[in-house]
Ligand binder design. Structure first.
Ligand code: ADP
Ligand code: MG
Length: 481
């Protein structure tokens, strides 16, 4: 104890190292020990770290506040410093509260008149840094676990699409190892027709710092294409401001197949339901033809005029049957110029019979000179047939359906289907578009979902207004894709 006080006095008065250190390490915690490891002096920063006041520690052995697992390390470093060697190490001490604290300690010998008389400890509390490091390490492990085992392909690229990281799932999805893809451009793997779509989605993500969701086709190493959906986010590297795109890419080929199946089953169901009306419609001209053939039998005089009637009736049968076949046949998506007025007239021909059976008149008002629209005609037909069928089915007592077409500006057409049905209750409105939502005994509940998908593919939109006096469906479509 006496010797400790002696050291303290010496250190306080004439040790040049101590004076030197006080200036340098003002913020650091410092303590001084004698050669046996007894604490001789400490500053308020060390008090703050350890929780004890100076008078509680001075005169006591340093080992008493060292966490047992660190004791060997602390003693051996202390001994090295006592031999005159500078030491820097991390260890754990015990705080007054009993908790463990992580410290970084620099041990320096205290030299007086050329003789080592004790050891300094310059102490830094690194508990928080350690915790943060641990958190970062844990996050890294988690991140690797997630990306390496994810059933999605995760990629990181620069803003031009050059791949910097690809998760191992790319082998299952595309047949490439990550190594084969790093350095390549994302866009080289994308179907030619979808590159534009992906590029503009990425541009939007970068511009608005938003998330982008887009579906497109990627090419498998063996040459076939897979439908995927990517969720993309941009991050800005803090140090250099460079932009990175992180994408989570999911195989949606199964979903696409299901969508296609649903589309076809709705088509078949619509065709089946329309068939009754069509059979009726076909029977009428057939009856007429039969009658005229009987009249013509042996009656040369009327042959010419009867022939032209028979001809036009047969044409009508042909038209109706070909529309029906078209409706039930699965078709690939094909965008080309078509005449919307003609298309709507054909739809009217097909559906009029169905309407008449319910005492309904369909009134087609084409109120604009713009008729050409780039679209997949068969798909648009399916949309309008579905909306007209819905309108007819909502009007069991008959009435009128208006089918109006207007232009909105030079490159937008708006098709309105206005019925006088019993309307769609508010609680049903939000369920429209969910697959299989139907209030009809023989309904598929797919019409709305498919129509929405088709209009979305055409970059258009659907608006619905409904009350107890009827429903108005508005389909807005750009004339060019
Ligand atoms: P489905 O016609 O097979 O029932 P849809 O998806 O076409 O399937 O329509 C879903 C539901 O929306 C219908 O069952 C009906 O309740 C409601 N609905 C759709 N259009 C109308 C309409 N014009 N008037 C009243 N209800 C409608
Ligand atoms: Mg329907």
């Amino acid at each position: 104890m006496n010797s400790s006080i002696e050291y303290a006095e010496k250190i306080g008065t004439d040790n040049r190292i101590a004076r030197d250190m006080r200036g340098k390490f003002e913020l650091d915690a410092v303590l001084a020990m004698d050669l046996e490891g007894n604490i001789v002096k400490l500053n308020s920063s060390f008090e703050a770290i350890i929780g004890f006041k100076e008078d509680k520690l001075c005169g006591n052995s340093l080992w008493g506040i060292v966490e047992p697992n660190s004791l060997e390390k602390v003693v051996s470093n202390f001994n090295q410093a006592r031999e005159g060697k500078y030491q820097n190490f991390d260890c754990q001490f015990i705080h007054k509260s009993g908790s463990h604290i992580d410290l970084n300690i620099i041990n320096l010998p205290i030299v007086l008149d050329g003789e080592i008389v004790g050891v300094y400890g310059v102490v830094k509390d690194i508990t928080e840094i350690k915790q943060k490091r641990q958190q970062v390490r844990e996050r890294e492990v988690l991140y690797h676990l997630l990306t390496d085992h994810s059933l999605d392909m995760i990629t990181k690229s620069n803003k031009d699409g050059k791949l910097q990281y690809v998760s191992p799932y790319c082998f299952d999805l595309l047949g490439y190892t990550p190594k084969e893809l790093i350095g390549k451009s994302t866009y080289d793997l994308v179907h030619m027709d979808d590159v534009e779509k992906l590029l503009s989605s990425h541009e939007m993500v970068i511009r608005n710092h938003s998330n982008g969701r887009v579906s497109f086709r990627m090419e498998h190493k063996t040459g076939y294409y897979i439908w995927v959906e990517s969720l993309c986010k941009s991050i800005v590297k803090e140090d250099c401001g460079e932009i990175r795109l992180i994408s989570v890419i999911r195989d949606i080929s199964e979903r696409k197949k299901t969508e296609e199946l649903l589309l076809n089953s709705e088509k078949l169901s619509a065709a089946g339901q329309l068939a009754a009306g069509i059979a009726h419609e076909v029977r009428n001209p057939l009856t007429a033809i039969k009658g005229f053939l009987q009249l013509m039998d042996g009656n040369k005089k009327y042959e010419d005029s009867y022939f032209s009637i028979i001809n036009s009736e047969i044409n009508r049968i042909e038209l109706i049957l070909s529309e029906l076949l078209l409706l039930s046949k699965p078709q690939d998506l094909k965008f080309k110029e078509c005449n919307l007025f003609e298309t709507l007239k054909q739809i009217k021909t097909l559906i009029d019979t169905h309407a008449t059976m319910s005492n309904i008149e369909i009134d087609l008002n084409y109120l604009t000179a713009i008729q050409t629209i780039v679209c997949d005609e068969n798909q648009l037909k399916q949309v309008f047939i579905n909306f007209l069928k819905n309108a007819i089915e909502a009007m069991p007592k008959g009435g009128e359906i208006s089918l109006n077409v207007r232009s909105e500006g030079e490159d937008t057409l708006k098709v309105q289907i206005i019925d006088q049905g019993n309307g769609i209750p508010k609680e049903h409105l939000e369920r429209l578009g969910q697959p299989f939502f139907t209030t009809k005994e023989t309904g598929t509940g797919l019409g709305f979902m498919i129509s929405m998908k088709i209009i979305e593919n055409h970059h258009g939109k659907i608006e619905i207004a409904s009350n107890e006096n009827g429903t108005t469906i508005e389909v807005t479509l750009p004339t060019y894709q």
